[in-house]
Design a binder for this molecule. Structure first.
Ligand SMILES: *Cc1c(COP(=O)(O)O)cnc(C)c1O
Ligand code: SF4
Length: 349
């Protein structure tokens, strides 16, 4: 099956989910309320392999309608650091380029859930031109991170010219693509795409978002292998999710399996304070001890950094650098302003 056709076959309607027996406990009205809050898309590849760890990531849950006071619309402050549409420039030498906000899956814990799936957030030709001009005009930008949304849902006709234009910008030394595609739509990793990426002068890193060893199906493993064999450096990002991967043996298995596929586990993220995501969070002090259990029990190169993104755009820091002020209150020193920032994490216990 052609990848675009496979993408279009993902389930997007609560009634489809009900028909597939994936929402046994919710009424169609409840499902609709969830969809109105945040779009649904369950990819075909995930349906064929719907383990509990996979379903929890993609099937809506009624608890998504509970917003906590601490939760924010834009938890990591993307908009605050956006000089123009499609660009977030928070760190001096790295900028995000968000061409599309569509994804092949709508992850229920997404930190950008206020914006993903919104077609009006996508860049039109003129807006894309301005965004590329911004990168061209800012010689301090050493790395461009293509994210969104998922940049790999763009067709080759849209994506390849963007890669070529970035390749032509002298000061951009790395193009990093953050994507969920290897695990949700592995057929998208076509030979043409891999060829184009490996022919650019600029190094292209692919950072694959993978949360559960259940996602490493033969097709997903093969798509990662294909990229690795073409010389594309691979990183992974994982979100620590209650009921999905908040277990030492699951994390060990995931990171070792990724490393064996030549994917360097890069970041393990504590879930950002996006609205309606409290049921995915375990207390941060438990999360840190879980993470520390990896040290010494798996190879050092299999261990990602465990990261917290300080709410409101104050930057990423290691979770272990935080000061626990008691209960669910923490403080972190921002790498951007050097100040301590207090954070209250809601907790579902
Ligand atoms: C996470 C992020 C980056 C990349 O950070 P690294 O630590 O280099 O992975 C860049 N810009 C923004 C706005 C980010 O949120
Ligand atoms: S693929 Fe990424 S951007 Fe899209 S919904 Fe999932 S976490 Fe969010």
């Amino acid at each position: 099956m052609n990848w675009a056709r496979e993408l279009s076959k993902g389930l997007i309607d609560p009634s489809q989910l009900k028909k597939s027996g994936l929402l046994p406990d919710l009424s169609v009205q409840q499902c609709q309320a969830l969809k109105d809050n945040f779009d649904i898309r369950v990819p075909v590849a995930f349906l064929e392999n719907a383990t509990e760890a996979i379903k929890k990531q993609v099937i809506p849950d009624i608890r998504e309608l509970n917003f906590m006071n601490q939760e924010l619309v834009d938890p990591v402050g993307d908009e605050k650091h956006s000089p123009l549409k499609g660009i977030t420039h928070r760190y001096i030498d790295r900028a995000l380029l968000k061409v599309t906000h569509q994804c092949a899956v709508y992850c229920r814990f997404c930190f950008r859930r206020y914006k993903v799936s919104d077609a009006s957030a996508n860049l039109n030709a003129l807006e894309l031109k301005s965004a590329l001009a911004y990168i061209q005009n800012h010689s301090e930008i050493w790395e461009v991170i293509l994210t969104g949304g998922d940049p790999l849902v763009l067709t080759d006709a849209t994506l390849l010219p963007i890669l070529k234009q970035l390749d032509a910008i002298q000061h951009v030394k790395i193009i990093r693509i953050h994507t969920r595609i290897p695990s949700v739509l592995p057929s998208r990793i076509t030979n043409e795409l891999v060829d184009c990426i490996s022919r650019l002068n600029t190094t292209v890193y692919i950072a694959a978002h993978i949360n559960s060893p259940d996602e490493l199906t033969p097709d997903t493993s093969q798509s990662l292998r294909k990229l690795a064999k073409a010389g594309v450096p691979l990183l992974s990002q994982t979100v620590l999710l209650k009921g999905v991967n908040d277990d030492l043996s699951v994390l060990q298995n995931l990171f070792k399996s990724l490393a064996a596929l030549a994917v360097k586990p890069y970041y393990l993220h504590y879930p950002d304070l996006a609205q309606g995501t409290d049921h995915f969070r375990i207390p941060l002090e438990h999360a840190i001890s879980l993470y520390q259990g990896l040290r010494g029990t798996i190879a050092g190169h299999c261990i990602p950094q465990f990261i917290v993104d300080i709410p409101d755009g104050f930057g990423k820091v290691t979770a272990e650098s935080g000061a626990h002020l008691g209960h669910s209150e923490w403080a972190f020193k921002s790498p951007l302003d050097g100040e301590q920032h207090k954070v209250l994490y809601s907790r579902s216990e």
